[in-house]
Design a binder for this molecule. Structure first.
Ligand code: NAI
Ligand code: 15L
Length: 267
């Protein structure tokens, strides 16, 4: 059944602005939301400012929506107060608002930092255990479990995209493994909206030969990345950090920040 109204959270952010452009005209109505100011509504758009931490405002935001692209929230490591409000309370409010409004599907911008403590030398797939590399990563692992609860118990299907590094170009040697082009992000979101599934985890990554991840689950669902970080290998290869924990782990400096554990114990 086609979607009449799709909600995009985080619409003022880097990826939200990309998706807004790519999704223009794709649905009868695209409802755009963020805490921050957004460009005024164009044809087929609604713009609603809303704090994800405000449960009643989020419930209202979800009304008359068929599907949600949840990209809003704290997007890097931060203190518990920010992570708790934007990503944990915010996610609870969003999924509960979705359930109350009869939303059928949520495509969730999870992060590689949900599994960031895994070693780079281990190629992991969507079944790997969570190994968050900080408070932010933990909030994404929580969001994935919350999505499973609402998918299996309440019928709100969910695709959790563990996005690697989605920027215009890879910025360093690590991103030769983790980079996802904006166009491939758009392709993955399209899979999230249209494929037949109840609950799935995939990696948000382009077709990088140096990827840390086996993304066969995304391919099974229909994802066909067209870009690759490989054309930037010459630019970044060898430009590693002098941070051994960052170099050892998939999460990089998110993992090494505040690290006080045993490197030999890492998964
Ligand atoms: P961003 O920081 O540019 O965008 C996030 C947006 O969320 C901002 O516009 C911000 O105002 C909004 N926001 C923050 N707290 C909010 C709240 N309490 N209520 C409502 N809105 C709030 O980040 P970016 O790069 O666009 O990322 C988008 C999503 O994708 C985030 O959830 C991030 O965790 C996830 N992600 C992004 C990656 C990337 O490489 N860009 C990698 C992995 C995950
Ligand atoms: C993320 O989750 C962040 O949102 C983004 O800013 C990058 O740091 C990315 O991960 C990454 O791991 O490169």
């Amino acid at each position: 059944m086609p979607y009449q109204r799709v909600l995009l959270t985080g619409a003022a952010g880097n990826l939200g602005r990309e998706l807004r452009t790519r999704l223009a005209g794709r649905f009868p109505t695209l409802r755009l939301s963020d805490l921050a100011e957004m460009a005024p509504a164009g044809p087929g758009e609604e713009v609603v400012r809303c704090d994800l931490a405000d449960a009643s405002a989020v419930a209202e935001l979800c009304r008359d929506v068929d599907a949600i692209l949840h990209f809003g929230g704290q997007a890097t490591e931060a203190g518990w107060d920010k992570v708790l409000a934007a990503n944990i309370a915010g996610a609870i409010n969003l999924w509960e608002g979705a359930r109350l409004a009869g939303v059928r599907r949520i495509v969730f911008a999870s992060s590689n930092h949900a599994i960031g403590m895994h070693r780079r030398s281990t190629t992991i797939d969507h079944r790997a255990m969570a190994a968050p590399d900080g408070r932010y990563g933990l909030s994404k692992a929580f969001g994935e479990d919350l999505a499973a609860l609402y998918a299996y118990k309440h019928g709100v299907s969910a695709l959790c995209i563990r996005i690697g590094s989605s920027f215009a170009e890879p910025a360093d040697a690590r991103q030769l493994s983790t980079w996802m082009s904006f166009a491939d992000l758009g392709r993955m979101v399209e899979v999230g909206l249209t494929a037949d599934y109840t609950y799935e985890i995939v990696y948000g990554v382009s077709d990088n030969s140096r990827s840390f991840w086996d993304n066969s689950n995304a391919e099974r669902l229909g994802y066909r990345p067209a870009d690759s970080a490989d054309r930037f290998i010459e630019t970044h290869i060898g430009k590693t950090t002098d941070d051994p924990i960052a170099e050892l782990t998939q999460g990089g400096t998110f993992s090494s920040s505040e690290f006080s554990g045993d490197p030999d114990a890492l998964p």
